[in-house]
Design a protein around this ligand. Structure first.
Ligand code: NDP
Length: 324
């Protein structure tokens, strides 16, 4: 199928589009596939990390349709290819501001290009959280990382620490265990929050040592990470300082939704996740829809993101049809 891209000719500096998708994770690309097939001629602004968070993961074994698994990078390349096959206009760029106070909606890309969109689909995902220690900044890029699959390679044969007790931490710890000599998993509670299957993987991996009830006090080293000082909870009001020697310190403590640039217009919950109407992707602003991790603090899976991207495109199509 060959779909002509019907993006309207720019008038002055303002380009007009029917459907603008912001964000290029599974939600954004799936929205694009559906919107393109519905003749909405979508334009997708891919953001700083085209392909989104999945491009920083290794093997994806739980996305339906890939019986042998697939790498995150390959899967996102496939999704993009599929969106382009139906005419999606994929553009590198960063949305710097929006104005949803009047219609059509205005979106500014890279601070200087304004697009007027009849419908906007927000799929900007979420970003890794940091602990907030001063030393995290000091050693950023010199041993501190929030992406084991991106940076683990540099720590082959070395000792590293991963902070967190969820599925991400468990997954990153087992991934690093395959590369590194030893992995400390620093968990603030006396138990892991990760799924049973992931906990089993951690417990079966000999070179992972789980340090329960430990909190990170500071990262130490001479220019690069050489160790971490931890505080171990011993009981009521009692604690002990513990020092471990590591070359890498990996954060895996959750994510923050990327909703800052439109917060003024779009209703979010206290944590910044976009609130949509029940069983829909409609936000509080007519013609603006949200999908993926940006609005989902519970499931946060590639497949659920893709599903909500599909919903957003269908909601946008319905909105535009009702306006005509
Ligand atoms: P989660 O929110 O599930 O877990 C965050 C972890 O970090 C928790 O153990 C939390 O501790 C800990 N934490 C948070 N803040 C701090 C802090 N300041 N100091 C120390 N520890 C801290 O995030 P994840 O990224 O692990 O997972 C997000 C979602 O994605 C989940 O729904 C998960 O199931 C899913 N996921 C699924 C995967 C898969 O199916 N393959 C892979 C990865 C993620 P505490 O428990 O004490 O709150």
């Amino acid at each position: 199928m060959n779909v002509e891209n019907k993006t309207t000719t720019p008038k002055g500096d303002i380009e007009k589009v029917k459907c603008l998708i912001i964000g290029s994770g599974p939600a954004g690309y799936t929205a694009a596939i559906y919107a393109a097939r519905a003749n909405l001629s979508p334009v997708i602004i891919e953001g700083m990390q085209p392909g989104g968070q999945l491009t920083t993961t290794t093997e994806i074994d739980n996305f339906p349709g890939y019986p042998e698994g697939i790498t995150g990078t390959e899967m996102m390349a496939d999704l993009k290819k599929q969106a382009e096959r139906f005419g999606t206009d994929c553009r590198w760029g960063l949305v710097t501001s929006v104005d949803f106070s009047s219609y059509p909606h205005k979106v500014v890309v890279d601070g200087n290009k304004t697009i007027e969109a009849e419908s906007v689909i927000l799929g900007t995902g979420a970003t890794a959280k940091y602990l907030g220690l001063e030393t995290e900044t000091t050693y950023a890029g010199s041993g501190v990382s929030a992406c084991a699959t991106c940076d683990g390679f540099f720590y082959r044969g070395k000792d590293v620490a991963v902070v967190g007790g969820g599925d991400t931490a468990a997954e990153e710890a087992t991934y690093l265990a395959g590369l590194c000599n030893k992995v400390y998993l620093i968990v603030r509670k006396p138990f892991l929050r990760a799924s049973k299957a992931m906990q089993d993987r951690v417990n079966r991996t000999e070179n992972i040592e789980v340090l329960y009830e430990h909190n990170t006090k500071e990262i130490t080293g001479d220019g690069v990470v050489e160790g971490v000082t931890l505080i171990k909870r011993l009981g009521h009001d009692d604690e002990q300082e513990v020092k471990i020697k590591v070359d890498g310190f990996f954060l895996a403590i959750g994510h923050t939704p990327n909703s800052g640039f439109f917060k003024q217009f779009i209703t979010t919950d206290a944590n910044g996740y976009v609130i949509t109407e029940p069983d829909s992707t409609r936000t509080n602003v007519p013609g603006v829809f949200a999908c993926g991790d940006l609005k989902d603090s519970v499931y946060r899976q590639a497949v659920t993101s893709a599903g909500s991207g599909c919903m957003a495109a269908i909601d946008a199509e319905k909105f535009l049809a009702e306006r005509e």
